[in-house]
Design a protein around this ligand. Structure first.
Ligand code: AMP
Length: 114
C-alpha cells in the first residue's frame, strides 16, 4: 500500500514544519496556507477519513480536540479560529489520511454558517 504524504511526514521521509508531536498525533504547518495561520492536526493512526472512525477511536478523537485547544492557546488564537475536516473527494479531501485543519487570522464568517 502506498503511503500518503502525511504518513511520509509522520515517518520523517518527507520534511515538514512540525509544531507539536506526541504518541498519538502531529501538528504541522499546511504547505499551501489558506489563512495566515493554517495548521493540520494529523493522528498517527492511518484512518482514511472521518466517516471511517470506529467507536474505539473515541479517545483518539477527543485527544485531537484537546491538542487543538492547547496549541491554539499557545499561539494566542484561542478566541478566533476555525477547524475544518474535509470528508471525501467530493467535499474537497485530497489526502486520504484523516486530518483537521486549524485556520486563523482570516474571517470566514461569510463562508460558513453561523
Ligand atoms: P484536504 O484537502 O482536506 O485533504 O487537505 C490536505 C491539505 O494538505 C491541503 O491543505 C494541502 O495544502 C496540505 N498538504 C499537502 N501536502 C502537504 C505537505 N507536504 N506538507 C504540509 N501540508 C500539505
Amino acid at each position: 500500500m502506498t503511503k500518503t504524504i502525511f504518513q511520509k511526514i509522520i515517518d520523517r521521509e518527507v520534511p515538514s514544519k512540525i509544531l507539536f508531536e506526541d504518541d498519538k498525533c502531529i501538528v504541522i504547518e499546511d504547505i499551501a496556507p489558506k489563512a495566515p495561520i493554517h495548521l493540520l492536526v494529523i493522528p498517527k493512526k492511518p484512518i482514511k477519513k472521518l466517516s471511517e472512525v470506529k467507536p474505539g477511536d473515541k479517545n483518539l478523537l477527543g485527544h485531537l480536540m484537546i491538542v487543538i485547544s492547547e496549541i491554539t492557546k499557545e499561539l494566542n488564537i484561542e478566541d478566533a479560529f476555525n477547524i475544518i475536516i474535509n470528508n471525501g473527494k467530493e467535499a474537497g479531501q485530497t489526502v486520504f489520511h484523516l486530518h483537521i485543519h486549524i485556520l486563523a487570522g482570516k474571517n470566514f464568517s461569510g463562508f460558513f454558517p453561523g
